[in-house]
Design a protein around this ligand. Structure first.
Ligand code: ATP
Length: 136
């Protein structure tokens, strides 16, 4: 069965939205196969976001992701990668569709990085790479 890495980012944990986000994942029918609270170090974040190195939001992104604990979830289900990205909504929370996690619960904070509550792997290759990092 397909699996993906979902992160409740530090803004989601700090705002007390972990339960609401997990509720939506479970309500969609996905299985939680593993779950942990992680305080990621710079090395983990640099590996996770290697594709964004050099972009203007890269440093603010790493700083934000190191600002507090995140919840890492190994979720399983048919087409869970695509399904969770659909649940999450598009990157910018201001314009993410209502009904999505980002669209319902997120907003723009006027910062250099989108604090958009969640991450979900975007392909089977990313999922296995990211799961190995966060569940090392
Ligand atoms: P999506 O692929 O739907 O955009 P994602 O979370 O996978 O969602 P990425 O493009 O991989 O987004 O970017 C990683 C993270 O970097 C985003 O979730 C967001 O927090 C931040 N980010 C991405 N693009 C920008 C941007 N242009 N300005 C500010 N922050 C950004």
């Amino acid at each position: 069965v397909e699996e993906t890495l979902i992160l409740v980012k530090p803004d989601g944990v700090a705002r007390g939205l972990t339960g609401e986000i997990i509720r939506r994942i479970e309500a969609k029918g996905y299985r939680l196969a593993d779950l942990r609270l992680v305080a990621p170090d710079r090395e983990l974040l640099a590996a996770h976001y290697a594709e964004h190195e050099g972009k203007p939001f890269y440093e603010p992104l790493l700083e934000f992701m190191a600002s507090g604990p995140a919840v890492a979830i190994r979720a399983q289900g048919e087409r869970v990668i695509e399904g969770f990205r659909s649940l999450a909504g598009t990157t910018d929370p201001t314009t993410a569709a209502p009904g999505t996690i980002r669209g319902d619960l997120g907003r723009d904070w006027g910062l250099k990085v989108q604090q958009n509550l969640v991450h979900g792997s975007d392909s089977p290759e990313s999922a296995s790479r990211e799961l190995a990092l966060w569940f090392a």
